[in-house]
Write a protein that binds this ligand. Structure first.
Ligand code: SF4
Length: 246
């Protein structure tokens, strides 16, 4: 069994190297176009419809608007995020946005009062984010993320192609700066998440997101006061538990 897992890991690593080579020299939009060609029907995106999400979603709308976009509704989100999702989907013409939700049975068993985020935030993220996402990713080989190195922390060394939860993960904006993101919003007149103007440069669930002061680490308001910096727990294909990323 261990040998089989090892072979699977080797195949994943070979796939990541091949995809990285196939995308060499392309800009972010070119990366998305090429990936959609290579992995037609096996490619999706994951978006939080957060502070910077419109950039990658706009590029997807211009390259392959029927790409499945997975959106995690943890049932703990800001109302503004749900409204922003609807407005952005309509504006961009995305045709396959899939809203994921936690299993009712998991909520009843582990979070009947809805306060697990205070008692055990890792477990809360696990049942509200990680498990629904892993389930929804099952049909896909590659998923697109809008994460960037400038977010810092565990993202500071983010590569263009990585491996997570037994899938290839593509980060076309991995090396984009905040200034470049801003310029893209301006150039394409993209709407901003309404909470950005209220001091939220990074937006997650309502109980775990606070506004930050100008000039602070943009993710300082996520799980403020805790050592937690990312959404939850992930498992490698050999069963190793790792901190994951949103
Ligand atoms: S961010 Fe907070 S509320 Fe949302 S799933 Fe994680 S712990 Fe729960």
């Amino acid at each position: 069994m261990a040998a089989l897992k090892s072979e699977y890991r080797l195949a994943l690593e070979a796939g990541a190297q091949a995809l990285d080579a196939a995308l060499s020299g392309l800009d972010a939009k070119g990366v998305l176009t090429r990936a959609a060609d290579i992995y037609s029907g096996e490619l999706c995106a994951v978006s939080s419809f957060g502070a910077e999400s419109a950039v990658i979603l706009h590029m997807i709308s211009e390259t392959a608007p029927d790409t499945p976009v997975l959106f995690l509704d943890t049932h703990k989100l800001f109302e503004e995020t749900l409204a922003y999702r609807d407005a952005l989907v309509a504006r961009l013409g995305l045709t396959d946005v899939r809203t994921l939700a936690p299993e009712p049975g998991h909520l009843e068993a582990d979070d009947p009062e809805g306060d697990l985020h205070r008692r055990n935030p890792d477990m809360c993220c696990h049942i509200r984010k990680t498990l629904p996402l892993i389930r929804a990713l099952a049909p896909f080989k590659v998923w697109i993320s809008g994460r960037k190195r400038h977010h810092g922390g565990t993202r500071a060394e983010l590569p263009k192609v990585e491996i997570q939860d037994g899938k290839l993960k593509l980060n076309p904006l991995f090396d984009w700066s905040p200034e470049r993101i801003e310029a893209y919003y301006d150039k394409h007149d993209l709407p901003r998440h309404p909470l950005v103007a209220r001091g939220y440069p990074s937006i997650g669930c309502l109980p775990c997101t606070a506004p930050v002061d100008a000039g602070d680490d943009p993710r300082a308001g996520r799980w403020a006061g805790q050592d937690k910096t990312e959404c939850g727990i992930h498992f490698t294909e050999d069963g190793t538990l790792v901190r994951g990323a949103e």
